[in-house]
Design a protein around this ligand. Structure first.
Ligand SMILES: CC(C)(COP(=O)(O)OP(=O)(O)OC[C@H]1O[C@@H](n2cnc3c(N)ncnc32)[C@H](O)[C@@H]1OP(=O)(O)O)[C@@H](O)C(=O)NCCC(=O)NCCS
Length: 260
């Protein structure tokens, strides 16, 4: 018995040392182990969750919930005791983080403040919360909702709302989240310059969906311009296109302003 208790404490302290070393490696603001131990709510939350999870797994359900609740009071981070948290998980700043009962967080994940790993289903006992593969980064304020997987090494942008699986290594941004396509820098810049320069819309707009809409508007404007020239040529040739000419005027500048 004494042997198992000793072993348990050894494992616990080696994990704590690992967590401290991990935070010092991953947060440039961390200056010493003492600072991590005393000033990092994400560190406190993980240590408390480990105790709560142990209670939960060993059928002390209320104690698990209560320990988790104390963790929430102290840190502003709410992790259900049933959630499975991997090794070296770093919750940076952490305030407002909520991790649901059936969530699984892989090793080496980073989670910033305001993140929810939440559920969309009310069915008791079922897997309702997401699974994060190893090395996933979830940006501040992102909401990951549902029982799907965010693949290993994927990144979720701050304030994204993710409702579908994210492939390993991919980056998801926006609401609802879209996967950023891996495009060569030059091709992308050329496309952006070609599509947006004519109407003075910044080629550095952040949202891929907004960029796509600007591209479609600009493309429609180019077609409109070409049709006008064709109509003018037809008129010169004596062909009457009166009905087409009086069609409602398309205003790309106004539409571009609407999707900014
Ligand atoms: C999503 C993220 C991981 C992408 O990082 P990255 O791989 O280096 O990608 P980039 O910064 O090159 O951005 C790629 C594209 O996504 C866009 N983008 C980045 N973050 C975005 C976000 N949160 N929402 C919407 N679009 C975003 C960029 O504008 C860029 O678009 P473009 O290529 O069409 O110009 C990063 O921007 C992010 O949000 N990290 C979270 C940081 C955080 O929460 N910090 C809190 C510290 S307290």
């Amino acid at each position: 018995m004494a042997f198992y208790v000793t072993l348990h404490f050894q494992t616990m302290f080696s994990r704590i040392r690992e967590d401290i070393a991990n935070i010092m490696t991953r947060d440039p603001a961390a200056r010493s182990a003492w600072e991590v131990i005393t000033c990092y709510p994400g560190f406190h939350a993980i240590v408390i969750q480990r105790c709560a999870h142990w209670f939960w797994q060993n059928n002390f359900k209320w104690l698990g919930r209560f320990t988790s609740h104390i963790g929430r009071w102290l840190t502003g981070i709410e992790i259900h005791p049933g959630a499975q948290i991997g090794r070296r998980v770093f919750i940076d700043h952490g305030f407002g983080v909520v991790i649901g009962e059936t969530a699984e967080v892989g090793d080496d994940c980073t989670i910033y403040q305001g993140v929810t790993l939440g559920g969309t289903s009310l069915s008791k006992g079922a897997k309702r919360h997401p699974t994060l593969g190893n090395g996933v980064i979830i940006g501040a304020g992102a909401q990951v909702l549902g029982s799907f997987t965010v693949g290993e090494g994927a990144k979720v942008g701050s304030n994204a709302v993710v409702v579908k699986p994210v492939p390993a290594g991919a980056t998801a941004v926006g609401n609802p989240a879209r996967i950023l396509e891996k495009e060569s820098g030059n091709a992308r810049d050329e496309t952006a310059a070609r599509m947006f320069a004519a109407y003075g819309v910044t080629p550095n707009g952040d949202d891929p969906l907004s960029k796509a809409l600007h591209g479609l508007i600009d493309n429609a404007a180019t077609q409109e311009h070409q049709i006008e020239r064709i109509l003018a040529a037809l008129k010169c040739a004596g062909i009457d296109c009166e009905t087409l000419e009086t069609a409602e005027k398309f205003d790309p500048d106004q539409l571009n302003k609407l999707v900014e």
